[in-house]
Design a protein around this ligand. Structure first.
Ligand code: ZN
Length: 307
């Protein structure tokens, strides 16, 4: 076995995603010592568990045994039943993931929603560092959110704290109501407008053309008026969605994550627009890009265990 690369407890974070599972070992001071990833076994619960166990074994050949393990999952563990709920990875839904994985790994394992892991990573030593109340937003395949207070995830009584994506888009304009149908069973959810697929669908509804979000952004930059209009609608919808959140939570900082957080214009346009909707004479909340990008999932999962 190779010698440990750092002194102190090693924390392993697992990011269990729909297409890949990633593992990383974090040193006491938040440095990633080693990381591995494998494709997520498709629709196979037990193969998913053994893939996680295999990654941990691989990491521990470098870091030594008995690291703490935190896992970021799509969805959450129901406080009522202990089973996975609200996951878009269907093979996890209704499974006793915590019991099964802890038995397999022979140690306690902490679990948290992936958006909460993102928020925790950014709050601990990322773009939200130094702020007491951090809201992390994922704008990607879906639209998730997580709340971190004083360095700890605020999961909530029903383990849905921060799940703003399935609230309706507030202050709807004509044409936005009742809105697109959402997989959750409702219509007009924030996610149906502000996820990547939601952005592409909106562009198609107006222009008749199916274009990937990255192409819409490139076309707008090249002067395409229709693409620019699509992004302007997106700016205003995000401003409204975050304004309704600021009215309730009033966070110090909002950190964007997910693929659409790469859209630089959001950090200028959205704070300029949200003042019209927030119930305050002025809004000093800051909107910032993530510091850790794609690493936030594993980092946040590792941070579920204190040093
Ligand atoms: Zn929904």
């Amino acid at each position: 076995m190779s010698e440990p690369t750092t002194v102190g407890p090693i924390r392993i974070g697992i990011d269990l995603g729909g297409s890949k599972i990633e593992a990383a070992a974090l040193s006491r001071d938040g440095v990633i010592l080693v990381r591995h990833r494998v494709p997520t076994p498709r629709d196979d619960y037990w193969r998913t568990l053994t893939a996680i166990a295999g990654l941990i074994e691989q990491v521990e050949t470098r870091t030594g045994p008995a690291a703490s393990v935190g896992v970021g999952i799509p969805g959450t563990l129901s406080p009522a039943t202990g089973l996975v709920k609200n996951a878009n990875s269907v093979c996890l839904i209704g499974r006793p993931l915590a019991d099964d994985l802890q038995r397999l790994l022979d140690r306690p394992v902490r679990f948290e929603n992936d958006a909460n892991c993102f928020a925790l990573s950014e709050a601990r030593d990322g773009a939200g560092q130094g702020y007491r109340l951090v809201f992390g937003v994922i704008l990607g395949t879906g639209t998730g959110g997580g709340i971190v207070v004083d360095g700890h995830v605020w999961g909530g009584r029903n383990a849905i704290g921060g799940e703003w994506g399935h609230n309706p888009l507030p202050w709807p304009c004509p044409g936005e109501h009742p809105g697109p149908r959402c997989y959750c069973g409702k219509t007009g959810c924030i996610e149906t407008f502000l996820s990547g697929p939601g952005l592409a669908e909106d562009h198609k509804r107006v222009t008749g053309q199916r274009v990937a979000p990255a192409r819409i952004v490139a076309s707008a930059a090249a002067g395409d008026a229709a693409a620019e209009a699509t992004l302007a609608r997106y700016d205003d919808r995000l401003a409204r969605a975050l304004a309704s959140l600021i009215n309730v939570l009033d966070p110090d900082v909002i950190v964007l994550g997910g693929g659409l957080s790469n859209l630089d214009r959001l950090y200028e346009a959205v704070p300029r627009l949200w003042g019209a909707y927030v119930f305050s004479d002025q809004v000093v909340t800051t909107l910032v890009p993530p510091a850790h990008g794609d690493s936030s999932g594993v980092r946040g999962a590792a941070w579920l265990w204190e040093a």
